[in-house]
Write a protein that binds this ligand. Sequence first.
Ligand SMILES: Cc1ncc(COP(=O)(O)O)c(C=O)c1O
Length: 430
Amino acid sequence: MTNSEQQDLLVFERRESAVRSYCRAFPKMFDRAVNATIYGADGKEYTDFLAGCASLNYGHNDPDMKQALVDFISRDGIAHGLDMHTNAKRDFLETFHEKILAPRNMDYRMMFTGPTGANAVEAGLKLARKVTGRTNVISFTNGFHGMTLGALATTGNAGKRGGAGMELSGVHRAPFDGYFGDNVDTAEQLDILLSDSSAGIDAPAAILVEAVQGEGGLNVASKEWMQKMQAIAKKHGALFIVDDIQAGCGRTGTFFSFEEMGIEPDIITMAKSLSGMGLPFAVTLFKPELDIWKPGEHNGTFRGNNHAFITAKVAIDKFWSDDQFQAEIQEKSDYLEQRLQSIADKYGFGLKGRGMMMGIDCEDGDAASDICEHAFENDVIVETSGSDDEIVKILAPLTIEKETFAKGLDVIETAFDCTLVDKNQRSAAE
Ligand SMILES: Cc1ncc(COP(=O)(O)O)c(C=O)c1O
C-alpha cells in the first residue's frame, strides 16, 4: 500500500468503530464495481469471490436492474412508503408469485420485515412461538442466523454469541447433519430426545435450519436428513423453518436451496440476494394458515424497500423466467467443483458445500487466512468460513464471466501452492 493510500484509510481508523471487519482483511479504498469486478479508487481491478457474502448473486450493478432503478427514481417513484400499497410492491408480489412460487407449487404469504436477514429470522421465530404457544427453538451446531438477540440465540458461533452481553435463551442446540461423522444419524437422535419427556428438552416451537451452512463451514444437509427434520418437526408439533438467506436465490443451483429435497417448510427466510442488486431487503414467507399476525403486531419503519421491489422484480424476470440461468449455474458449479477438487487433492484436503457455494477445508484457520491474504495480494477478494475460519470459501457472483472465473481460480490455486509450500518449507526448516 502506498503512503497516500494509507493516509486515505486513516479516517476509518480514527472515525469508524472498531467493530468493522471485512475492511481489515481487504484494506483498500474501493470505488466502483461491475458484475464480478470491483475497482479500487486507484482503478486497480479485483475479482470478487465474496459477492457481498452472497448478496450479489447477480453481480454488481446489473445493467437492467440499474436502468430500472434509475428510471424509477427519475420519475419520482416512491422511495419510502412504510408498508403502504405501491405499484412497485404490487408488481414485485405478482412477479414473485407468478415466476417463483406458482411454478414450484408453493403457496406462501409474504411478510416484509426490516431489511436484514436477521430481521427475517426474528419474524419467523416470533411467528413460530406465537402460533405454537411454545418458547423453545431447535437450532443446529454451526448454524448462523444473524446478530440480533433472538437470531443470535439460534447462532452457534461462540465469538458472535459472546457479543450479546446477556443470556441468550429459548434455544436448544442439536447436532447438524454429519456433526458426529457419517455413521451417526443426528435426526434420529433428535427424534429420540424429543420423544422422551425426561430428556430435558422443552417441546419446540420450531426447528430452524440452513440447507447449506454458509457461515458455519459449508456443511451440507442431505435430502434425507432434511426430510426427517421436517417430519420430526411435524411429529412434535413444531414448525419447520428453513433459513435460505445465504443459500437461496440460486446460490446452490435452484432458486430455493431445498427445492430438490421434496420438503415444504412452514416458514422460509430470505434476504441477501433477494433484491438482486445488493439493496437491503428481506422477507419471511409462511404458509397462509400461519398468518395469525394482528395488524402492526410486528412493525418497523423500513419494511419493504420500494427501490428493492423494482430491482428484485427485474432479477426474477431476467433470471428466473425460464431454466437457462439454472443451467448456467450448474455448468459453473461443475467447473468450480472440478477446479477446487484438483487443488484439494493436491493437499489431501476435503471439499465443502454445494453449487456455487463451495470451498476447501484447510483444517487450519491460519493457513486458510494466509491463503485468502495471498489471493488478495493478487487481486482476488475471498473469505474464510467455519468454526475456526478453516474453510476457503468461494462465493463468486453466479453471473461471473467464465474467463474471470477461471483467472480468479488460478489465483486461488497459486495462493494454495505458495502459502502451503511456504508453510511446509518453514516446518521442514524448523
Ligand atoms: C443463513 C443466514 N441467516 C441469516 C443471516 C443474517 O443476515 P443479515 O446479516 O442480513 O442480518 C445470514 C448472514 O450471513 C445468514 O448467512
